[in-house]
Write a protein that binds this ligand. Structure first.
Ligand code: ATP
Length: 464
């Protein structure tokens, strides 16, 4: 971009000071409300925003200025977002472009990806997904999802959890956190670490379900040079990396039995042996484990070793589901809203609060956060109405009537996650090979992994 263009855009966006370092985004949408919501979100991320209300205006701006990212709606009065994508590709502009598509329109999504868009966002928009997409496109650092968060809820069940967290933070005993998906297990684990003496030491969080079985031992314990083909230097595992600090074993129920035996030995002896090594090294690691599965049941059915279960479950913490905190739902919802809408007063209508209080929240606080983010994109005049929550009668149905296909976005995420995990496991977490296997570009693959919270194990065979 030449300096004149840059200065012009900086003035337009009203942010001259320090703007030379800011990255710029072109938003294309004919809906003023959506445009404003997107703009506010991006401005809060410290980006410079330029807007176009139709395809022609977008093409003119792309011709005149240089942007770091373009985000376009699909349907506009004078054409569609595909033309913007094609224009960028045809003129070899180095601008990653993403498209906002109508909910459920997979055909559109595929067409725009084929035309060169690096990703798409489906309506109703999730601002969290938008932020992840933007950060991924602009290579901005991703904050930890639970940073600066408090455990909300005042019902006795949550008070008990808070008391326990405070007490166990000072101890070094292993903590086992159980509870449904989205009920705050990882958040509780982080709070335990933050309030304890190891708060300035490393915390290594491991998703036990995401590591291919054949890589597990070397991932956890490290390996010596020459231990196997490709081991060209000594490498530490999770235990060594967490030494002096904390190891958070998420989805611990997914550890295969062979690994359970090895883990038990390390916990008992406080020593690890790298793969290919003849000697052991001492490790001092505090263990926190969690799963949404019923671990006691797995012990009964022989899928989880009882001795390891006892070792991990020294201090059990049971996270209550949001249904058990029904009396707190209104307050938690308002607190989540305040956090998402920092500084902009927004409230729920009485009817919206009533709907929320009656809803079952199979996805717990995570689902509540998503519902509110979506409602924010739809609401007007600072009030979230019941319709903005988009809780269809199906979603409000009795637990027994719900199928696992509702709500649809969560179901689609699960299907996508399973497909990605399968491809990643087949390729030893080589993202390039996995992307090829399922027909995505590397960039899209990386973004989707980020969005769905899939992390590559540290030693994965990545050919980036
Ligand atoms: N009581 C709570 N107060 C505030 N935020 C919460 C609470 N419970 C969950 N959250 C938020 O909900 C989201 C999901 O929480 P978290 O990742 O801790 O859940 P989890 O139980 O570990 O889920 P999973 O089993 O799917 O891994 C996070 O954004 C978290 O901050």
């Amino acid at each position: 971009m030449n300096m004149a263009d840059k200065t012009k855009r900086e003035f337009q966006s009203g942010s001259v000071k320090g703007a030379a370092l800011q990255q710029s985004v072109l938003l294309v949408d004919d809906e003023p409300d959506i445009l404003e919501l997107l703009e506010m979100t991006l401005l809060k991320m410290g980006l410079v925003v330029d807007k176009a209300a139709c395809v022609q205006e977008a093409l003119a701006k792309l011709a005149a200025n240089r942007y770091d990212l373009c985000l376009t709606d699909m349907r506009m009065p004078d054409g569609d977002g595909l033309e913007v994508v094609k224009y960028i590709a045809a003129h070899s502009l180095d601008v990653p472009v993403a498209v906002i598509t109508a909910h459920g329109n997979m055909e559109n999504a595929i067409t725009v990806l084929k035309a060169g868009a690096f990703d798409y966002l489906a309506k109703p928009l999730s601002l969290e997904q938008l932020r992840t997409l933007v950060k991924s496109a602009l290579s901005m650092p991703q904050p930890s999802p639970s940073a600066d968060k408090l455990l909300l809820g005042n019902a006795p069940a949550m008070q008990k959890v808070r008391d326990l967290i405070e007490r166990v933070a000072r101890s070094q005993a292993p903590v086992y956190i159980s509870g449904e998906s989205g009920s705050g297990k990882e958040l509780a684990a982080r709070l335990i670490v933050q309030s304890g003496p190891r708060s300035d030491q490393p915390v290594i969080a491991v998703n036990c379900g995401a590591i291919p079985e054949n890589l597990m031992e070397s991932e956890f314990f490290g390996y010596k040079k020459g231990a196997f083909t490709g081991a060209d230097k000594d490498r530490d595992g999770f235990f060594q990396a967490a030494n002096g600090g904390t190891l958070f074993l998420d989805e611990v129920a997914d550890l295969p039995l062979t690994m359970q035996v090895k883990l038990l030995r390390v916990i008992q002896e406080k020593r690890v042996r790298k793969v290919g090594s003849t000697t052991e090294e001492p490790v001092d690691v505090r263990l926190i484990s969690a799963t949404h599965k019923d671990l006691a049941e797995r012990v009964k059915s022989g899928q989880f070793r009882q001795d390891l279960y006892y070792r991990l479950n020294v201090i059990p913490i049971q996270m209550p589901s949001l249904r058990e905190l029904r009396e707190d739902i209104a307050q938690i919802a308002q607190q989540v809203l305040n956090r998402l809408r920092a500084g902009v007063p927004t409230r729920f209508s009485d009817e919206a609060l009533r709907v929320l209080q009656q809803y079952d929240f199979p996805g717990n606080v995570r689902e509540l956060e998503n519902i509110i983010e979506r409602a924010l994109a739809l609401c007007s005049e600072g009030v979230i109405a019941a319709e903005d929550l988009c809780l269809s009668p199906v979603e409000q149905a009795e637990v027994g009537e719900r199928t696992d296909k509702y709500p649809l976005p969560a179901y689609l995420d699960r299907v996508e996650k399973e497909a990605l995990m399968e491809a990643l496991q087949q390729t030893n977490f080589n993202r390039t090979a996995a992307a090829k296997l399922i027909g995505l570009t590397f960039r899209t693959m990386r973004y989707r992994m980020e969005r769905l919270g899939i992390k590559s194990p540290a030693g994965a065979d990545d050919a980036d």
